[in-house]
Design a protein around this ligand. Sequence first.
Ligand SMILES: Nc1ncnc2c1ncn2[C@@H]1O[C@H](COP(=O)(O)OP(=O)(O)OP(=O)(O)O)[C@@H](O)[C@H]1O
Length: 794
Amino acid sequence: MRTSEKTVLTQPYLELTNQGTTVQRFLTQEQHLLGRDAQRADLVLPGDWQMISGCHALLRRSGEDYCLYDGDGQKPSTNGIFLNRTRITPSKGYLLKHGAELRIGQNPHNQVTLIYRNPLGAEVAEMPETRSLSLKNRTISLGRDPQATLELDAPIVSRRHATIEPDGQRYILRDHSANGVFVNGTRVNGSLVLPADCTIQIGPFTLVCRDDVLKVVDRGNQIRLDAWELVREVPGKRKEHRRLLDDVSLAIEPGQFVALVGGSGAGKSTLMRTLLGIDPTDKGVVYLNGTNLRRNFGMYRAQIGYVPQDDIVHRELTVGEVLTYAAKLRLPADTDIAAIVEKTLDQIEMSDRSGVLVSKLSGGQRKRVSIGVELLADPRLFFLDEPTSGLDPGLDKKMMQLLRKLADEGRTVILVTHATANIKLCDRLAFVGRGGRLCYFGPPLKALAFFQTGSDDFADIYNELEKGETIVRQWAERFRHSDDYWQYVTGHLTPGNGNKPRAIPTPSKGTSFLAQLWLLTQRYFQLVRRDPVNLLLSLLTAPIGISLIMLAVGDKNPLILAETPDPTLAPLALRVLFVFSCAALWVGLSSSLQEIIKESAIYLRERLVNLGLFAYLGSKAVILASLALLQTLLIVWVILLGFADPAPTILTWELGVGVTTFLTLIACMSMGLMVSAIVRNASQANSALPLLLLPQIIFSGVLFRMDSLTSKLSWLMLSRWSVGAYGTVVNINAMVPEPTKLPDGSTIPLPFEPTAVYDPSWRNLMLNWGMLCLHAVVYLVVTFWVQKRKDIFK
Ligand SMILES: Nc1ncnc2c1ncn2[C@@H]1O[C@H](COP(=O)(O)OP(=O)(O)OP(=O)(O)O)[C@@H](O)[C@H]1O
C-alpha cells in the first residue's frame, strides 16, 4: 500500500516504510508486540520485510503515548531499533512522542523507517529535519554553498561538491570535490551514471537515490561502533600464536566518552587501533554505523579524528601556523581557513596562544594543539592514545574535561589512558587485562562494584588485574557471564549491513598534487627558516672546512700546473679535491639525515588522511635542492677566492666546480633522505653518519689504490664520482711529470700515475656527473618505496 490515503485519525499509530512501501498499525491496547511472526506479534508486518524480526518491538502505554522496547522486552531483535544511531534496548525503553522517527537496521539502503504519530498527543518529538528533493528535469548541485540545491554543511564538503543531471531515464553524478563522492561504497572517478537504487556518501552525509528522489537519510553527526568478537594474533617467540586481542566485543554508542584502561602491555593501544580500523584482525569485525570500517576506511578517513601518542605538530611552527597548514592540507580549497582556525582555537581554549611557537608550550597545551589539528575537520568519531600521559593532575583534569565537552557536543570519543583520577567523567570504561582480554565494559562507577574492590579507587582494579594471567582470565570469564555484559555489550551490539566488502580502501584524492606540493614546500621552508643556527651551520661548514685547506697548503697553488715538473703536485691536488668532495658529502648528508625521521609521527597521521607521497617527497626535494644551490654558491665562492683557477681544459673551472659540487650535494642529500626513511628514530640517523662517510673515504680511490674488486666497489661511492669529476675538470693527469729515468733504464716510481678516472674528456666528465645523477635517482626511488611500505593500507 503506497502512502497516499489521508485518513482522519484520532488514535496513536505507527507508520512503517520499507523501500517506498508504507504501512500503518494502530495502537489501541495497553501493550502491543510488533513483528513478522503472526503467532507472537499482534501488529504483524509483511513477511518479506527481512529486516524485521519475528518479534521486533514491544510497545507499552505510558500516559497518552507509548514506550517502545527492543525485541520482546527481554531478548533483543536482530537488527535493532535506533534513534539517531543509538540503539533502543529491551530493558530501557524510549518514550515515543508524536512525530518520533526511528530506524530499524543500519543500512540506509534497506532500513525500515518507523514513525510514531499521535494526532491528539500534547507533545511533539524533536526530530532532525530530513530533506529530500526530486531529481526530475533539472540539474541539482550538492555542496557546502548555501546556494546549492542541497546544502550539505560540513568542513570536509566542498562548496560545489557534486552535481546530478538527468540524461534520458538516467542520472549522471559528477564529482567536483577534494574529498570525493562514494556511490554504494565505491569512490566516483570523475562522473558516474547512478544505479537505479543507490546510496551516496558525501563527507559525513548519507543520501539515498531512489525513484527519481534524492533523500538525506543520515547527516553523519551520530557515529556508533560495534566491535564483534575481535581476535588478533601474532607469531610468538617460539612460533606459537600469541593473542593480543582475545575475543573482544564492544558496543559504543553516539556521543559516548569511552576510556580503554588497563596495565602496561595489556593491549589497550592494539584495541584502539583495531577499533580505528588501522590494525588488522584475525577474526571479528568493527562496524561504523553498520559498515565494515576497515574495508571502507577510505570512505571514513576524513571523518575520523586520531591523536596518536606522539605529537603530530611541528614544534618550530606557531600554534596558528600548525592549524592553518593542517586545515589547508585536509579541507577543501574553497574553505574559509581563517574562520575554521579561529573556531578551533576557541574549542581547544587556546585563542590567546595562536602566535606562540609550539616548542614554547607545555606538554598539555601541545596535546591540545594536536587535538585541534584533528578537530579542524569536525570529526564525529575521535580516538586519542594516552593524551594525558606526562601531564600533571591539574592538566589531566582539564584534558579530560575538554574531551567530555567534545563528547557532549555529540562526538563519540575513545581514549586510551593510564590515569584513573578523572575517568568518572567517562560514560564507559573498558578494562583490558593482559592478553587483550576484556574484563569489564560499562559505566565507571559500576566497575568498582563489579570488581568488588571495596574502595572507590580505580587503581585497585589495576592491581587486581596485575596479579597474573589466571586472575585476568577469571575476571574476563566472570564479566562475560555477568548482567553487565548483557546490559552494556550484548544488549547494544548491532550486526553490520552485510554490504559487499571491498578489499582495498579507496584512496583519498584530497587536494591536488600541485596544491599539496606548494603547501608542503611552504611549510618546510618555514621549518628550515625557524632554525637559523642549524641553517647557518649547514651553509657555512663546508666553506669553513675548505678555507682551512688554504692554511694547510700554505703558499702552494695545488690546482695549477707547475712550470717545473713536480711529482708531489698531482697527489696534493688530488687531496685538495678530495677534501672538496668530503666537505660536500658531509654537509649533504647532515642536512638531510633527520628530515624524514624527525617528523615521522606527523607524516604517518597526514598520510592516513590524504597526504600524497609524491608531494611530500617533492617538497623535500625542492627545499633541499635550494639549500644545495646556496651551499654550492658559497663553496664555489670560497674556492675561487682561496685557490688560483686552473686553466680550462674542457670547460671553465667555475662551471666545472659548481656543477660537480651541486651534483655531489644532491646525491648526498638523496642518500640522506633514503637513510632517514629507513631508520627507526632520530638517534639511529645520527649514528648512521660515520658509517655512511667511512666507506666514501676509503673507497674514493684517493687514499688507497683500488684493485679490480675494490674498484668495482668504488662505483657505489659518491666520492669516487665526485673526485673523478673534479679531477677531470682540473686535469690532474696533466700534472704528472714524465717519469725520471735512472741510468739502469728503470724509472723512479711516481706517487700518482695518470688514470682514465681523470681523463680530461667530455665523455669522462659526463660519466662522472651522470653517475652522481643516477645515484640520486636510485636513492630517491628507494626512499619512495620505503615510505610507501609504511602505508597502513597498501
Ligand atoms: N604488531 C605487533 N606484533 C607483536 N606484538 C605486538 C604488536 N603490537 C603490540 N604488540 C604487543 O602486544 C602487547 C600489547 O601492546 P599494546 O601497545 O596494545 O599495549 P598497551 O596496553 O597499550 O600498553 P602501554 O600502556 O604500555 O602502551 C605488548 O606486549 C606489545 O609488545
